[in-house]
Design a protein around this ligand. Structure first.
Ligand code: PFF
Length: 454
């Protein structure tokens, strides 16, 4: 068990950690990204590969992050510094913490813009803007939003301001409270939406699509997308889970609660698929619509259903709730680090928020004023998304797996985890060999180095 104490406070219980960590994991990744990448990559077969990646790559790193965090009990940068010192390793490992801080800030800048769209769509739904609308009109609604920099700014600023408010209130009164209120609400909304979709939509096709694997669709590329997503969805590689681990009370079994977090995250992604695809299929729409699936295809489907505007509003409210509890975790590594350097929590949050906001404006403009700016065929928004999710996250995760697997002594890991030796050995085996190789593959793929080979 860790002998250190966190200056930021602790979660009030094991359940509080579960809610906060699940709140971080469940986000736009589950409800916006997972359904569309499952759709783009052929449904069922992709899902099987994705589940394997969560178990073999995601879960071991999640356990590693939480364990390091609870041993160090500080921000990822300072945790890595003290653990490297304890183990007689190079101080350069703190670099992993810095990479994570930068990735978290970049991810939040585009995440806030997408969450802002959800807020706008919540209002559009309540106003019945897409009720009975044609495909053309629904596409124009989305283009009208992304083409208007000030409307986008308004919503993403509002989203960010609420996230910062929770961050500024600290671990228990802010992060924990947000998760305790929002996660149960999210779950209830999601169940209602699944029930609705199964009743009014085409449940048979959706089940077949999601759960009847078509293995002819499998290829190396699908595998790599699934691996990449297992990272993003479990909030790994940037230190978010590490800093949440730093606030975990002693005596809680890290293994068990991590398994629960990964299971809840996966379950919610699958439920999101069941809330979306029956509606998409009922209208004979195509599932492979890319990032626009939620903002163009889905409103079209809702617009043609009984009570569609109401359930549409519930869907976008769900997205916003999921995004808030994730947003706070993206900047927590940096806020905690600044606090450890003597800057007060409110000031730290404001400073981080200002940087995120400025980058968010760049993301906003990349859809309108700067839509012509591109690098290697990618808009600024796509570039930020790519560099952070596909390069920096896997890099961070890779280094965390190496640090935990090879640099920290088995004895200290065992002391923190309190599990039997065979289980510890199995975890270490996966962490030392399977995980790094898997992550390396994602990484090389992201850089385009092995695309041709697969
Ligand atoms: N796990 C979040 C999602 O699936 O939407 C995204 C995320 C949150 C990534 C926090 C990274 C992070 F640190």
């Amino acid at each position: 068990m860790s002998e250190r104490k966190s200056i930021h406070g602790e979660w009030s219980s094991r359940l509080a950690f579960f809610f906060a960590a699940t709140g971080s994991a469940v986000g736009l990744g589950n409800i916006w990204k997972f359904p569309y990448i499952a759709g783009d990559n052929g449904g069922g077969a992709f899902i099987i590969v994705y589940l394997a990646c969560v178990v073999l790559i995601g879960l071991p790193i999640l356990i590693a992050e939480v364990t390091l965090g609870r041993r160090g009990r500080e921000s990822p940068v300072n945790t890595l510094r003290s653990l490297a010192l304890d183990e007689g390793r190079s101080r350069a490992w703190v670099g992993v913490g810095f990479i994570g801080m930068v990735s978290g800030i970049i991810i939040l800048s585009f995440y806030s813009v997408v969450a802002g769209w959800s807020l706008d769509y919540l209002l559009l739904s309540l106003r019945g803007a897409y009720a009975g609308a044609s495909a053309d009109r629904v596409s124009r609604l989305f283009a009208g939003l992304t083409g208007n920099p000030w409307r986008q700014m308004l919503w993403f600023t509002l989203f960010l301001a609420v996230s910062l408010w929770f961050s500024a209130r600290g671990v228990r009164a802010g992060l924990e409270r947000a998760a305790r209120i929002m996660m149960p609400a999210l779950f209830v909304l999601l169940l209602l939406l699944v029930a609705y979709a199964l009743i009014v939509g085409n449940a048979a096709d959706a089940f077949a699509y999601l759960f009847k694997p078509d293995f002819s669709r499998l290829n190396g590329q699908v595998l790599l997308v699934a691996m990449g997503h297992s990272f993003f969805t479990l909030s790994l590689g940037i230190g978010a889970m590490m800093v949440y681990g730093a606030y975990m009370p002693n005596g809680v079994s890290i293994f068990r609660v991590s398994v629960w977090v990964a299971a809840a995250d996966t379950g919610i992604a699958l439920l999101a698929g069941l809330a979306i695809f029956p509606l998409v299929f009922a209208k004979g729409l195509a599932p492979a619509q890319g990032p626009g699936l939620i903002f163009t295809t889905l409103p079209l489907a809702f617009g043609a259903m009984p009570l569609g505007s109401l359930f549409g509003a519930a869907f976008f409210a769900l997205l916003v709730l999921a995004a808030w509890t994730s947003a706070v975790s993206m900047i927590e590594p940096t806020v905690a680090w600044l606090e450890e350097r003597g800057v007060g929590r409110v000031r730290s949050t404001l400073a981080v928020g200002a940087v995120v906001w400025l980058l968010g404006m760049v993301m906003d403009f990349s859809f309108n004023i700067w839509s012509g700016v591109a690098w290697q065929g990618r808009s600024l928004f796509e570039l930020f998304n790519f560099v952070s999710s596909d390069i920096m996250l896997p890099l961070g995760g890779f280094l965390i797996a190496l640090f935990t697997g090879w640099m920290v002594s088995e004895r200290s890991l065992r002391r923190e985890l309190g599990v039997s030796r065979p289980l510890l050995r199995l975890w270490l085996l996966v962490l030392r060999y399977v995980t790094p190789v898997g992550v390396l593959l994602i990484f090389l793929n992201a850089l385009g180095l092995i695309r041709g080979a697969l």
